[in-house]
Design a protein around this ligand. Structure first.
Ligand SMILES: C[S@@+](CC[C@H](N)C(=O)[O-])C[C@H]1O[C@@H](n2cnc3c(N)ncnc32)[C@H](O)[C@@H]1O
Length: 251
């Protein structure tokens, strides 16, 4: 069996992670030894008397800044065991997390994720020990812990065996540049609303064609900006034109 994909998360709140990583698909992947997720508490690495990890910002201003020393020492301790790890800081100014970035990160063997808190992290710690900064979106969280969970969850889906079916991550929204088609399950009839007939037909070619059309429809409706970068065939372009005409005749 191949070695587990390893993630070590540096945080001052390790207790936040336990239930998230123990449940559902990630919990099962951990039990199966496909992914090994650990946390490292930064606090015990602090040299200060009360194990403080933050201090006032030079130059004044609101809030506190995470000190470099405990982070650098925690990182040093962890990198001895995770010597080939890519070291990532979760921060709002970083590169945006996308499906393709998650797919790329899943090709690494190990990741170390640093979670900031308060006003952020002393820049010298980032300069000294971080390979890449990654943001999960254009908004501000109170800390990097949620972002580390999001990144780990998203990357884990690309680790062979985690989803139980190797193709699944490639059939989701964004994987081919489009949003996913609508999904249905039982019952066939619900309060007068029926499942589209084609999905009950057993005709796989027709189902594939319907799904492609609905995927294009959803993208046109919710994220038309994605259509510009998507890899569309001449048939897709014809469908988009038809859908645009449908929309304009409805309005
Ligand atoms: C309150 S934020 C600091 C924001 C910082 N002062 C700024 O304006 O850019 C505290 C921590 O949350 C994390 N964080 C906040 N927003 C994030 C985002 N969009 N993506 C990833 N991490 C984020 C970072 O680790 C950051 O150090």
């Amino acid at each position: 069996m191949s070695e587990a994909f390893r993630v070590n998360i540096l945080t001052i709140f390790p207790e936040m992670f336990e239930s998230f990583f123990s449940a559902s698909i990630l919990g099962r992947a951990r039990e199966q030894g496909l992914i090994d997720i650990r946390t490292t508490d930064i606090r015990p690495f602090s040299n200060s008397k009360h194990h403080n990890t933050d201090d006032y910002p030079f130059g004044g201003g609101a809030g506190m800044v995470m000190m470099a020393q405990p982070i650098l020492d925690a990182m040093k301790a962890v990198t001895t065991e995770y010597s080939s790890a890519k070291r990532i800081y979760l921060g709002p100014r970083g590169k945006r997390l996308t499906t393709s970035l998650a797919r790329e990160l899943a090709r690494e063997k190990e990741l170390i994720l640093l979670c900031g808190h308060y006003e952020g992290v002393d820049q010298r710690a980032l300069d000294a020990c971080i390979d890449e900064e990654i943001s999960i979106g254009d908004y501000i969280l109170t800390g990097g812990e949620l972002a580390a969970m999001v990144l780990t969850d998203c990357v884990a889906r690309f680790i062979p065996g985690v989803l139980g079916c190797a193709e699944s991550p490639e059939e989701e929204s964004f994987s081919d540049g489009l949003l996913e088609y609508p999904q249905y399950t039982r019952p066939r009839e619900l309060d007068g609303r029926s499942v589209p007939e084609v999905l009950l037909s057993g005709d796989h070619a027709k189902i594939r064609a319907w799904r492609r059309r609905e995927s294009l429809r959803a993208t046109l409706r919710f994220r038309p900006d994605l259509l510009e970068g998507a890899d569309l065939s001449p048939d897709d372009l014809k469908i988009v034109k038809e859908l645009e005409n449908e929309c304009s005749s409805e309005s």
